[in-house]
Design a protein around this ligand. Structure first.
Ligand code: GLY
Length: 369
């Protein structure tokens, strides 16, 4: 995908999801898309709303009544309680089945907004306008929506596609460095699972500093990878599982840190552990695992971890992962850079023992070398 548009067409679904990509693309929002809407509510967090919600409201309010609903910034807002507060506010504002929600923000806002859209009056249309690199290359695409529960991350949720996604790369101009690293980690993950030449491009850089134009140049291929996978397997029955590389242990680490570790950081730690397990099991080529590790250093994402999480707690969260079946922990792991292991049953997962997970966490704690 170059700058421009792409459509995700899911077999058996009447509607397609259009993805628009480019600098300042959200200013060119084709308001005609919302012709049928009775009203619009922009859902955002307090930080993003301050920066951008005014200009969007101006754009929409020329034709529709436009409301803004703000939530607290951060993963701890991604709960059923917040979803319920948003829905109740929507009801107070008189939103109906023909109203449209606009998610303006990072992954937390996107996942929550999609989830509320999927259940409010049994489902209304919504649009994703992701403002972080991570949300632009991952969570805004593919229709996974949901909230975290006491017993783990994303444990309550739905698959519900947005009517369109606006990846406005100009939002990246104000992104803090830790957010850049979070997004880059996801881009590296995408290259490991499906695109070795993209991985080589990142690997061959001489500097570890990524300029904003360079970051922007990595977005189209990453979005392309995700869109293709989602079109093939929206409900994660098989190939979509490859997008979960690093997320099984990563989500468990994130949950067990009570979200003090960011999603991006946790996924990096997850990729290190899951890659290490696959390498020890003879699945992931040893040289390619070393290349993964060195690229993670290059993007300044090789974190040293000592006390941020308890291994037993991580293990407990891992056992609740949605890919597990009959109490067996299952993960999606690479065979080499650019190719994921298809698994013994062709479902893109391998079973991993609790012992292997604990060993990988010990390895991580001892420096991960
Ligand atoms: N972030 C993984 C997926 O969307 O399937």
């Amino acid at each position: 995908m170059a700058q421009g548009t792409l459509e995700i067409v899911i077999p058996g679904r009447p509607a397609k999801c259009s993805i628009f990509l480019g600098d300042h693309i959200s200013r060119q929002f084709p308001v005609a898309l919302l012709n049928e809407a009775t009203s619009i509510a922009i859902v955002s967090d307090e930080v993003v709303a301050r920066l951008y919600s005014g200009q969007l409201r101006q754009l929409f309010s020329k034709t529709k009544t436009t409301h803004i609903i703000t939530i607290r910034h951060g993963e701890r807002s991604k709960t059923l309680a917040t979803a319920s507060r948003i829905a109740s506010r929507m009801s107070d504002l008189g939103l109906d089945r023909k109203s449209v929600l606009i998610a303006l923000g990072g992954g937390v806002v996107g996942d929550l907004t999609g989830f509320v859209a999927s259940i409010f009056k049994r489902g209304i249309n919504y649009v994703q306008i992701p403002t972080t690199l991570l949300a632009q290359v991952d969570s805004s695409i593919g229709g996974k929506c949901g909230v975290d529960a006491d017993w783990g991350k994303n444990q309550i949720g739905t698959f519900y596609q947005p009517i369109c996604v606006f990846i406005d790369t100009s939002f990246l101009d104000t992104l803090p460095e830790h957010e850049v690293v979070n997004g880059l980690a996801e881009i590296v993950k995408s290259s490991i699972i499906a695109n070795s030449s993209m991985f080589e491009k990142i690997e061959s850089r001489t500097s570890d500093f990524f300029s904003i134009p360079e970051l922007k140049s990595l977005i189209p291929s990453t979005v392309g990878i995700k869109s293709k996978v989602v079109e093939t397997d929206e409900r994660e029955a098989n190939v979509r599982r490859i997008l979960n590389y690093g997320h099984t242990i990563g989500h468990a680490i994130e949950s067990s840190s009570d979200y003090s570790l960011s999603h991006g950081k946790s996924v990096v730690l997850g990729m290190m552990c899951e890659g290490w397990i696959a390498c020890q099991s003879g699945i992931f080529d040893r040289k390619d695992f070393a290349r993964q590790q060195s690229v993670l250093s290059k993007i300044r994402a090789r974190y040293k971890i000592k006390t941020d999480f308890e291994s037993r707690k991580v293990l407990r969260f891992v056992t609740l992962d949605k890919k597990n079946t009959a109490g067996i922990v299952r993960m999606s792991v690479p065979e080499r850079i650019g190719k994921m292991d298809t698994g013994t049953d062709g479902n893109f997962t391998v079973s991993v023992s609790r012992e292997q997970i604990l060993q990988s966490l010990n390895w991580l704690r001892s420096g991960g070398n």
